[in-house]
Design a protein around this ligand. Sequence first.
Ligand code: BGC
Length: 755
Amino acid sequence: MKRLTAIIALAAAAAACSSPKTGDVPVYLDPARSVEERVADALPRLTTEEKVALTHAQSKFSSRGVPRLGIPEVWCTDGPHGIRPEVLWDEWDQAGWTNDSCTAFPALSCLAATWDRDMALLFGRSIGQEARYRKKDILLGPGVNICRTPLNGRNFEYMGEDPFLAGQMVVPYVTGVQENGVAACVKHFAVNNQEVRRTATSSNLDDRTLYEIYLPAFEAAVRKGGAWAIMGSYNLYNGQFNCHNKRLLLDILKGEWGFDGVVVSDWGGCRDDDEAIVNGLDMEFGTWTNGLTGAASDGYGNYHLANPYLQRLADGRATTKELDDKATRVLRTIFRTSMASEPHFGSFNSPEHYAAARKIAAAGTVLLQNNGVLPLRVPDGGKLVVIGENAVKKMVVGGGSSSLKTNYEIAPLEALQEAFPGANVVWERGYVGDTSTSYNKVDTGQDLSESRSASQLLADALKAVEGADAVVFIGGLNKSEGQDNEGTDRSDTILPYGQGEVIEAIAAAVPSLVVVNISGSPVSMPWAPKVGAIVQGWYGGSETGHALADVLTGAVNPSGKLPFTLPAALSDGPLKTERQYPGIREEGKEWWQEYYDEGVFVGYRWYDTKGIPVCFPFGHGLSYTTFEYAAEKLSKAAAACSGSYPVASDALDKVVASVSLSVKNTGSVDGAEVVQLYVAPPAGGVERPAKELRGFEKVFVEAGKAASVSIDVPVRAFTRFDEASHSWVVDPGEWKVLVGSSSADIRWEGTINVK
Ligand code: BGC
């Protein structure tokens, strides 16, 4: 009893010291104070060493915080499709935890294909909740690099070829993540459009191209989405590494856009002691323990922003000005996340998250072609033949840093078996693609080994389709090297592993063949006219099979639209020379050089303007119903539209016109349509793309009913970036406003006279 009293007394004394009376709580610990007040109070309490410790890693994914002051570590995680499994302190391999299997959400290319801002918000919220539950402060994603070449190994982690679409989708994603007290770290800033030699190539381009194509999605994430973190990319821009690129980080991001968050290096992307200090990098994370080449004792002390920084501060080569700015930004991040005034707890693997993953994956699925074969009809007792490796291959594992460990992943075949319980669902492999099943010691547990020859596989497939009620080929790319994979690019747009021949052979026997292409990048489909239906599926995450089956069976009416062009052939695209891609060596220059000679003519901007036919155009996607556009009206605020030249930046978002229309569902099933608005420039003057996406709305319409849609057109829609005046300018003349169901299916046209 005596002992207990003593303990209580001790506890009371401790409480008296540690829990100050009202007014005694240091401001930085007071949740009632604003983030800025807390930062201002915390900063002067820090020693130089403590400030420097904030700016570099202490492990693969964390930095130190200030333990003396109770300021916690900062924990990062990949991103962007789910929460990465815990890795070892100094290694990429998973740590072997048993409670870190996440919900795997669809790849961002799928999210972009939903063309649905609500889906992006749902995605952001759900993944943000998972991150918070796992006590992560910075989610390394989303990625918004533009699909400049279909070959880029990381297209699947990005949001397509159009800056407006990517910009519209990234904002709600960021909002949703950050609602949970988790910083979205938008990556990879900037002009990081290939994986080949990604750490040794300088992307060289003019300002017009930079501002019109490659920056808008980042700008939207920062200015409209209020992103709290940005990741610098591995490559160089105009000769300087992007993790400490003065122009990108200081002049544009922190200068023009007023970014007040934290700039994080890509892992190992920081390359220079001095530039790292002065050019706007705030936190350095590394690929190896010493951040440079390999493991070393006191590895993290060797980071550019560690001991070399301290030495420079000590001998006067560096000033505290930059250090205080970096520390301020890291503290701000901490007060916004782990020490946020409002506590967030998050949730992990909830039924809601799986439901969200399924909903998004289905909403992004694109029906490219349908000669009436879909939705699938297989009678009870009937035979459904499924051919192709991607019908069974689990693909949440693989692809690089976005690889995940998930509790559950249903492949398409299993989901189709579930969907047609009364049918005989037969699977044949058809071809062998990638038999690997693991990444960083996470294994799907599948055995994908195969001993049959290619011709035997085809013969077996052809045998299997005999007497079938329906045949579905499920193939495409995968996440192994040279496919949709970090660190490598593809070599062509045609399907690998001889799938084209397999498809043609089966289609010759079964003209109603349904082909499902699963990929995260554009694929050419020369066999398209020979098959009955084509579906663009994606890496759908945990619920990939269910989502695909939902669309194939008609449980969900497809409403996705392509976020990039599917070219007829790689050689049709805008990148014609090695100078453009993958880069060349030039005398006297240390790094590979790449020139964006195609300028703003990327994706449909290229194909449309040059009149080059494509396999399936940007924005294309069918439904099981049909939509009629009617009673369109273009209201013009002509006075506001008469425009100044150049346009003041605060006037860019001023609405100068608005298009109202009614969309009628003329079929027999409910469905959703994405109404797209493009503008086409007047003839003459500076060369501009034939048309550019400037607005869209996704609208759900019940069968037989109509819904009204209205799309605003801001001043920005008519601008181009003028290098000489470094501003957005409007070209006067008669502009066309085009409204349609894809970039190639324009249903209505109006004009606006810009004076
Ligand atoms: C990737 C980043 C990723 C980081 C951490 C890098 O290799 O480029 O996207 O967030 O690794 O895993």
